[in-house]
Design a binder for this molecule. Sequence first.
Ligand code: HAM
Length: 430
Amino acid sequence: MRKLKFQIPSGMHDILPEDQHYFQKIQEVCENIAGFYEFEKIDTPIVEEAELFSKGIGLSTDIAEKQMYTLKTKGGDLLALRPEGTASVARAYIEHNMFNLPQPLKLWYFGPFFRYERPQAGRFRQFWQFGFEVFGESSPIIDAQIIQVFYNILKELKFKNLIVEVNSIGCHHCRSYYRKLLMSYLKSREVSLCSNCRRRLRENPLRVLDCKDEKCQRIISHAPQMIDHLCDECKDHFKCVLEFLDELGLPYSLNPYLVRGLDYYTKTVFEIFPESLDKEDKEQKSKASALVGGGRYDNLVKSLGGRDSPACGGSGGVERIIQEAKEKSIKWTTKKKNPCIFLAQLGDLAKKKSLVVAEQFREANIPILESFSKDSLKTQLGRADKLGVKYCLVLGQKEALGGTIIVRDMKTGEQKSMKIEKIIEWAKKN
Ligand code: HAM
């Protein structure tokens, strides 16, 4: 095959017209859920200072270390295409003094994000996320509500048997003790770890728990668990979160090795996976395809220069959700109604008049389909038939001169003539 001169950058994808409705549907569901739980929409720029992310997400994370698209501006600033939304929203929260607004402050977003990852199934270099973040509230009920928000979005999108995994990674106090404990356990097994984990061991031993390598997984399965070493406050907080989830009847499972790949988390972390169709590869497949991830991040706002503001949130991957819906043959319907009227025209005068008629429909907010560029009535009626419209309006030379229009019922084939100025009134009733 001839190689095209210009091709889409690796790991990126066009959202073609036939896929637009998937994006619209997810956005529509997010909007409805946001409205119900009183989240307000926020949009932040696609680029931010690179340091916002290295500081916010953590220097030793894969995202900050390897996956950021950075660029130097002519003015010498180092910017990065946003790899995630939480740090940006936290920056906006601080910059616009949003702590002065009634708290908790609930914000949501929907947009493209960029990570220089190895392209593979469910991993893109430009992907879309929707996110929900709550600032200024430390109560565990917020953690449960955030999980519920994402669970409900996926349920509204007709996913069944979702797997919600939760864990607590504690706070600075209890985690530093656990870190030492884990370090000494892993150190004594260092030779058996993969090269990546040997490096992680020095930088952030908790990240070893995230490793998918089979040998590492065996070691991890016997490692000490954070959950057994939480301080009293973190233990109580987590207990309350689980009680709220129980009360909501939201099915979850505890995954003591869930740590997430971003450094800002404290206490609760969670991920939501689709039900695996294949039991055997459930572990491996599900690990590669979390639809949603999030957690509490009580220190992020302060670490970015803001006030001490507890926070909690999560984000969902739009492409992964669409992919999963396609695999499971889930069909979504959008609010947009298909037009039920087609306007056909025959002859020069009728063509001109039909432009005016179509405008009248637009002004009356009634959708109408047409094929103005086609001259043959047969072709136009054929298209109307294919589109499955209920009525076809026909404007011929005679009608254009006499100020009338023909209304054809596509099902029965019945036709009637009508005064052209009455057509909008008729359309409103049909
Ligand atoms: P994350 O787990 O990195 O968390 O991403 C959230 C979701 O975005 C993932 O579960 C996945 O569905 C999707 N996603 C991530 N990377 C890719 C990719 N390369 N290609 C396609 N989809 C991807 C965050 O981004 C945090 N900001 C979540 C959060 C919000 N935590 C608190 N608030």
